[in-house]
Design a protein around this ligand. Structure first.
Ligand code: CA
Length: 231
């Protein structure tokens, strides 16, 4: 199935040339001529990649990028007219994947599109290949990104819950007492009750277990503590 590229560019002739170029290469293309329409089309059509101009009427490309990122991880290449804008894009951490300065060659842009599509294809197909992930059953813990996925869906997890899960998961089958967990996950300075651990375990189970009352991942060793079960 061909990939769909959304082109958000207000200059009609540039938009048309881009559409023509990518059509010819076998992609499906969609065109938007302002930021707001671009964001709407991105939500509605779920493209595989977005080419996003910075200088757009109404909502500019930077705001459009931020808006798209609220609901999508689609690869975004920003099209900039000036070199100094690149620093701005990088500094603002908009979440764009790449940028290209005008004037660019069609070949260069096409090479970047291909590279980005390949990368996103790989990451969507084989997330478990990453060395910084721990996979168990349908749960994938991405250590670098502080992210936990279940069945491919990112869980809404707090930092403390993540730290606790990570601590247990890097040493599967090893049983940790609540005191040890409190010391290592909450820190020595933490003057909390060990029941804090139980409460956090319970919340974690509600998020990652199919049935929190019959856990498969975060196990209890009665009167000793907890351990992570690698499935
Ligand atoms: Ca423009």
């Amino acid at each position: 199935m061909e990939a769909t590229i959304l082109i958000v560019e207000d200059e009609k002739n540039i938009n048309e040339v881009l559409a023509f170029t990518f059509d010819k290469e076998g992609y499906k293309t969609l065109s938007a001529y302002d930021g707001i329409t671009g964001v709407e089309m991105c939500k509605k059509n779920d493209p595989d990649l977005v080419l996003l101009d910075i200088n757009l009427p109404g909502m500019d490309g930077m705001d459009a990028c931020k808006e798209i990122r609220k609901s999508s991880n689609v690869p975004i290449i920003m099209l900039t007219a000036r070199e100094d804008e690149v620093d701005k894009i990088v500094g603002l951490e908009l979440g764009a994947d790449d940028y290209i300065t005008k004037p660019y060659s069609a070949r260069e842009l096409s090479a970047r599109v291909k590279a980005l599509l390949r990368r996103s294809d790989i990451s969507s197909k084989a997330p478990a290949q990453d060395s910084n992930t721990i996979t168990s059953g349908d749960v994938v813990i991405n250590i670098d990104r502080y992210e936990v996925k279940k069945n491919g869906r990112i869980l809404d997890i707090t930092l403390r819950e993540f730290e606790l899960l990570k601590f247990l998961a890097v040493a599967p089958d090893q049983i940790f007492s609540r005191e040890v967990l409190l010391e290592n996950v909450w820190g020595y300075e933490y003057l909390g009750d060990v029941r804090t651990v139980d409460v956090t375990i319970r919340r974690l189970r509600e998020k990652i277990e199919d049935d929190p009352s019959m856990p498969r991942y975060i196990m209890t060793k009665r009167s000793i503590g907890y351990y992570f079960n690698k499935i």
